[in-house]
Unconditional design. Sequence first.
Length: 385
Amino acid sequence: MTKPTISARIKLHEIVPAAAQQSAVTASRLLRDRVSHTPASSTVDRLTAIWRRVLQRPSIGINDHFFSVGGGFHTADMLFAAIAQQYGRELPSATIYHAPTIVQLARLLDQPALPRFSPFVEVKAGSEKPPILIVHGLAGTVPFFELAQAMATVDHPVYGIQAKGVDGLEEPLDRVEDMATFYLRSLRDIQPHGPYILIGYSFGGLVALEMAQSLQEVGENVALLALVDAYPDARYMAAGQRLRLRAQRVGSRIGDLQKRSVHAGISYVARRLKNRLRVGGVDDAGNLPSGASRLSFEHATLGVKQKAYVALARYRPQFYGGKIKFVKSESDSYYPANPAAVWAQLAGEFECDSVPGGHLDMITGDIKSLADVLARYVNEALPAK
């Protein structure tokens, strides 16, 4: 099957003229500069009070990082709801990715209009070494702050990639190829040329694969492509793989039900059915959680996830001439037991490692295991000179 040509597969400098990126560059400089553009002290004071109340902390420094002082997606929604009430100005919860400190957020609030942000979110600062780029999962968010800090790659900056639409302002994309193109258009601001280090978690592994293929086809060096528990839709697997996976999932669900009471079992089945309807697009995105803003993570990620499921169902991976390094969760029964059966014939080379825990545990539980494997991959791909 011939893969359609997409707009990402041209020279990077031709994807978007430099002038078209100016607003994103300006926004980045504005929020990073701690000397000029000093925010008003009254804005800082009011924001500090809001942060302390939302995060329930008696003291927070104006340069403390939101995700380092107990912040998360739910508290980000609470934070921006409080800001909207205080200032009469509603901002996307995803703004916290680009203005993660009080002083940066105050600087932004002092501006008359919200700048346009890049989809690349810095989650760990570093030197001039090639950055590590981590592509989001189905929800499109960037839950990689702890993972980045745990990776023993001190000199490499780490960027998470945020999906289009997570801010609630733009329409999410529903094709993996379009996602790859969208991210490659902004990549020149972060890294004009290789070697590139691409990591994709879950659904993001498919996007990272597409980005790597596009980069290689224009002669760029992809030093590392690492897929973390990432698989195509089962319809694109061989018949035998699909049957084994279906039997594996049925067995797992039966085992779960046997461990539950009758009431808990009924609730479990109901949740599974509701999720199946949502995945199939039956659930209406207009069914918002009570009081949720359309610019909140709570709402925006619903739309992003629905479109990501559509993209997953549409995307058939093509052969990748480079090496794929794969990290598998040891105890997750929802995904194929043998990743090599899925990926080995789709890559020039394929290597696999396993880490403890399930699919979600990899980035929310024993993070160090995954961080150690990924750090080793990076160090092997770009050995110290």
